[in-house]
Design a protein around this ligand. Structure first.
Ligand SMILES: *[C@@H]1O[C@H](CO)[C@@H](O)[C@H](O)[C@H]1NC(C)=O
Ligand SMILES: *[C@@H]1O[C@H](CO)[C@@H](O)[C@H](O)[C@H]1NC(C)=O
Ligand SMILES: *[C@@H]1O[C@H](CO)[C@@H](O)[C@H](O)[C@H]1NC(C)=O
Ligand SMILES: *[C@@H]1O[C@H](CO)[C@@H](O)[C@H](O)[C@H]1NC(C)=O
Length: 305
């Protein structure tokens, strides 16, 4: 039983569909623990060694350096005299599909995931700044479950404490959320399906979940703000990033940061990086800042190799 589970999980990572047992023989114990697998966004906490290469790549075209990174997106640094106190973005939750290209392709028994989050000091692990704040949504595909059980999870984290799910809140693929992470409060709002737009002006969210951030005030350095796509290990399977789902594209819109000096900024001038994992085919995202800084866009890409 245990061995079989291991094979399935490894296959999920490596995409070796050929070695998989037929669907009906997936161990029952495994089927019964979807919550455990799907719920927890495990962080590299504090964000450190694992994500440092992402920082060193900032400012370089992604073709220049090929370092492993589980994170991609845009990262804005604070200016000398003011710190970042709040970050926000509005985005439509993509669907997690099985990739049809690359080394992880077509493993319909497998597990695929992706995470879309925003945060303060949450990406590069600035030395001397162990506290970080982030919030967002994980999407998930599990081939051992019925398709309709695929359920995105909204979570927040005041690191190095563990991530926690937003209470009394649910979100589905295709719905538009606005996430705000501030030194005093972290909040997520669900606007539902907006027929292809993410314009929330004049609209009321049908669901909101907000949490006062205890102890966040004063502890966050506020050195950087990040809009991030992440490939993360699942709870119970630390160490190996899950196969990155084909999420198509995610667009963080109406991006904004506020600073201690009372300024508001968008992502103009932010450094851009991509998820890059050799075991999954190399470069896995193509991220850019567009619209004069109003939007951070990341497409799922598939290297030719
Ligand atoms: C930062 O603050 C110091 C001291 O208040 C001041 O001398 C300096 O000019 C400020 N720098 C910027 C970039 O505003
Ligand atoms: C995956 O399946 C799709 C649809 O059947 C096919 O077009 C594609 O070539 C397959 N990819 C791989 C890597 O086998
Ligand atoms: C959950 O959300 C609903 C609808 O927004 C609200 O009426 C209810 O009071 C909330 N429950 C808790 C425990 O926050
Ligand atoms: C989306 O479009 C449908 C059909 O045109 C309409 O009934 C619905 O109200 C629209 N929803 C929103 C949120 O605009």
């Amino acid at each position: 039983m245990k061995l079989q589970t291991t094979i399935i999980l490894l296959s999920a990572v490596l995409g070796q569909a050929a070695t998989l047992p037929p669907r009906h023989s997936i161990p029952r114990a495994y089927q019964l623990t979807p919550q455990k697998l799907r719920l927890l966004h495990i962080s590299p906490s504090p964000p450190s060694a694992q994500s440092l290469p992402a920082l060193s790549r900032i400012g370089l075209a992604s073709s220049e350096i090929q370092q492993e990174s589980t994170k991609g997106g845009a990262l804005l640094s604070s200016s000398t005299n003011s710190s970042i106190t709040s970050i926000t973005a509005t985005y439509q939750i993509p669907k997690a599909d099985v990739p049809t290209r690359g080394p992880t392709a077509n493993n319909t028994f497998g597990i695929y995931a992706a995470s879309f989050h925003i945060g303060i000091d949450s990406v590069s692990g600035t030395p001397g700044c162990p506290t970080f704040l982030r919030a967002g949504v994980d999407i998930f595909y599990d081939g051992s479950l019925d398709d309709d059980l695929q359920q995105p999870q909204a979570w927040w984290q005041l690191g190095p404490n563990d991530p926690v799910g937003f209470g009394n809140f649910s979100v589905s693929e295709g719905e538009v959320v606005r996430v705000t992470a501030g030194a005093a409060e972290v909040k997520i709002e669900n606007f539902g399906r907006l027929n292809g737009t993410t314009c929330t002006e004049g609209r009321t969210p049908y669901q909101t979940s907000a949490v006062k951030v205890d102890g966040g005030q004063g502890e966050l350095c506020g050195r950087e703000a990040g809009w991030t796509v992440e490939d993360f290990p699942l709870a119970g399977l630390p160490g190996i990033p899950v196969a990155l789902a084909d999420f198509g594209s995610v667009r963080f819109r109406d991006v904004e940061v506020q600073t201690s000096g009372g300024e508001k900024k968008n992502a103009e001038g932010a450094g851009v990086s991509d998820v890059w994992l050799q075991a999954q085919g190399g470069r896995l995202t193509d991220c850019e800042v567009v619209g004069g800084g109003k939007e951070v866009k990341c497409d799922r890409v598939f290297s030719s190799n």
